[in-house]
Design a protein. Structure first.
Length: 281
């Protein structure tokens, strides 16, 4: 979007990626540390982006409001947004006078400060109409997909992002430990798993849900499930994760058309023998 000036407050991974991506696409964007003594000048931009940790957003907004005072533009055409996925607009309330408030969150993981913003990323947007139009335009400029969210839906939206991204890494970590038990070193274990994960995602992209689910539960291979859990007896945390993930697949198995008897057998195999609800492994 030509003509829009953007000031990014923050120097972390998202701040670097966002500033670089906007600049590369012709948007006048600058990055400023949230600890800079002159940080309030960021509010002179058409859009100020608080790309900082969730807990720091409220205190920074209050400090900026005290340092900058009320804006000269009484019509409130400038905007201030945070990049939290889970928070509503309440932490920005100190800046509400004369400014439009919003939230603009990319559904992407940023592993390092050099991680670029990927094309096709979904951006969760919450804002009033005028600012919403600006954020939708900037999202398009970045090659992203805007999703408009109510304030009350943001925690659920962010929980979805956390489960899909962060907890995938947790699952891979547990899987890598199992491969290390088999004699692979840490690097080799990860190298073995990443192509599997990528091909699983490729399949999911190709056929969607529930068809993207594969493995012994889908096949009704109760014997394999029991052998897995027997092998995990010395790793109770991983076994608990295996059981929970397997039982969480129940709706997918039903959607795949699994018959009730097989479904019951899979469920029984996955239950912890100590919970009193099944025979377990």
């Amino acid at each position: 979007m030509s003509g829009v000036t953007v000031a990014v407050l923050g120097t972390g991974r998202l701040a670097h990626a966002l500033t670089g991506a906007l600049t590369a696409r012709g948007v006048a964007a600058s990055m400023l540390s949230a600890r800079d003594p002159d940080r309030a000048r960021a509010l002179d931009a058409d859009l100020t982006v608080l790309a900082i940790s969730d807990d720091a957003i409220g205190p920074l907004a209050a400090a900026l409001a005290a340092e900058a005072g009320e804006p000269a533009d009484a019509d409130g055409t400038s905007g201030v947004v945070h990049c939290s996925g889970a928070l509503d607009l309440a932490p920005l309330a100190p800046l509400a006078t004369g400014r439009r408030l919003g939230a603009w969150h990319p559904m992407q993981a940023f592993a390092t400060v050099d991680t670029p913003i990927a094309p096709g990323v979904t951006w969760g947007i919450t804002a009033e109409a005028e600012l919403r139009e600006v954020l939708v335009g900037l999202t398009a400029t970045l090659g992203g997909r805007p999703v408009l969210l109510r304030e009350e839906d943001r925690p659920r939206y962010h929980a979805a992002a956390t489960m899909a991204s962060n907890y995938t890494v947790v699952l891979i970590d547990h899987a890598a430990r199992l491969l290390q038990d088999c004699g692979l070193d840490a690097d080799a274990a990860l190298e073995a798993l990443l192509p599997l994960v990528r091909t699983s995602l490729d399949g999911l992209q190709g056929v969607g849900l529930p068809g993207g689910l594969t493995g012994p539960a889908v096949r009704g291979d109760v014997g394999t499930i029991r052998r897995h859990l027997a092998a995990l007896a010395d790793r109770p945390d991983t076994a608990a994760l295996y059981r929970a993930a397997g039982r969480a697949a129940y709706d997918l198995l039903v959607a795949r058309g699994m018959d009730p008897a097989t479904l019951a057998a899979v469920d029984a195999a996955l239950r912890d023998p100590g919970d009193g609800t099944g025979t377990g492994a």
